[in-house]
Ligand binder design. Structure first.
Ligand SMILES: Nc1ncnc2c1ncn2[C@@H]1O[C@H](COP(=O)(O)OP(=O)(O)O)[C@@H](O)[C@H]1O
Ligand SMILES: [Mg+2]
Length: 369
């Protein structure tokens, strides 16, 4: 995936930004509050129709404007032509997405055009946050790598909703409940199979990545938690917990409770690692996902890396950059001073640098680089 051109209108302090010369590695540098993270947010809007900083679009749209628009040209593979993609979001909640000549009706359809990985301050929640954050991370990979996951996942959500509705109705016919229980068990097992197939690939890629990134952290381990007691089948667990589900008013066990535990010598990584080490683990996880995606799909995802140098020493920053470079992925990075990236990227000539100042983004002349 490669974004060649980007136009941004009314995203935070970026009123009208047009970048026609994007390269494989793009560095946005400038002082605090100049608009660097907003550029990454705009790319994220294009890829996922929302920001990575805030789910509320109102905060992203420039003050005083009714809507924001991001337009880009995307090359999905070297042998295919560019697809123009546009996303517009308004304060009323309207979303308009176009790709090529067509309207796009779901985010699931949109994300195929520009699969993104984000490394930013919020990424620490991957280690210390609720299981839902890690489930989302895991499912991003399952969605992009394991065929048929999205349909199966939707089926599971529908069954779970129906079963919970019935449980809460207060008037449960045993026969009807057992139909939903069977369907739920069936699709729960199917999505768990896809999750564990993906997990195997991810765990191996993570292990290889961390060896290169931080060999001193040699006790790291990823563990997939399915969401129910695996010594029994999901159907058995659901049947055994039916009366307690009825008491509580919802289905307790299942893939909706899955987690991807990140452990260091058996302890929760967020509780024992330093902030810098946690950032390395976050980078390792995100790079591992990119590696699996490249291996299976043959195309890398695009990386948005906000403030790479923070928390990392020079040697570890250099290793992160080397791994990103080896992935052959397109990368958008931000930093305060461009030297912070230029001095750690493997090949300085690969960098396209942009100065961001009060919402204006200006490419440096190549001879300055
Ligand atoms: N909705 C908005 N409308 C206009 N400006 C905004 C909005 N939200 C934030 N800002 C401003 O946008 C500027 C750029 O923010 P940001 O991209 O986070 O800066 P940087 O990453 O360069 O430090 C900040 O000065 C911030 O106050
Ligand atoms: Mg910022």
């Amino acid at each position: 995936m490669f974004l060649t051109e980007l136009k941004i209108e009314s995203v935070r302090n970026l009123q009208a930004v047009s970048l026609a010369s994007l390269q494989k590695v793009n560095v946005f540098y400038g002082s605090n509050g100049s608009g660097k993270t907003s550029v990454l947010e705009a790319v994220h809007l294009l890829g996922m129709a929302r920001s990575f900083r805030d789910v509320r679009v109102k905060t992203v749209i420039s003050h005083g404007q009714h809507d924001c628009t991001v337009f880009g040209k995307i090359r999905q593979r070297p042998d295919v032509s560019l697809v123009p993609v546009g996303v517009q979001r308004s304060r009323d909640g309207d979303v308009s997405i176009r790709a090529g000549q067509n309207s796009v009706h779901s985010v699931a359809e949109l994300v195929e055009y520009l699969p993104l990985q984000v490394i930013c301050a919020d990424s620490f929640s991957l280690l210390g946050g609720a299981p839902g954050v890690r489930r989302k991370f895991l499912d991003w990979g399952v969605f992009h790598v394991e065929l048929g996951f999205y349909d199966e996942w939707q089926k599971f959500r529908r069954c779970l909703k129906q079963r919970n509705k019935l449980i809460r109705s207060g008037n449960v016919a045993a026969a009807e409940l057992s139909v939903w229980t069977r369907d739920l068990a069936h699709s729960g097992v199917a999505i768990t199979k896809k999750r564990s197939d993906y997990y195997e690939k991810l765990a191996e890629a993570f292990r290889c990545t961390m060896t290169l990134l931080s060999p001193e952290l040699d006790g790291l381990e990823l563990r997939l938690i399915a969401g129910w007691d695996r010594t029994r089948t999901y159907l058995e667990v659901l049947e055994a917990s039916t009366s307690s589900d009825l008491e509580r008013g919802y289905t307790q066990a299942g893939p909706q409770r899955a987690d991807l535990r990140i452990l260091e010598r058996g302890r929760v990584a967020s509780e024992v690692l330093s902030r810098g080490q946690q950032k390395l683990v976050v980078c390792g996880l995100k790079i591992a996902q990119g590696r699996v995606m490249s291996e299976v799909r043959g195309v890398p995802c695009v990386y948005l890396v906000d403030d790479l140098p923070s928390e990392l020493d020079v040697e570890h920053s250099r290793r992160v950059c080397r791994l990103l470079e080896e992935l052959q992925a397109q990368v958008f990075l931000t930093c305060i001073d461009r030297e912070q990236i230029a001095s750690v990227w493997p090949e300085r000539s690969m960098l396209k640098t942009f100065h961001v100042e009060q919402g204006a983004v200006t490419p440096d002349n190549d001879c300055d680089d």
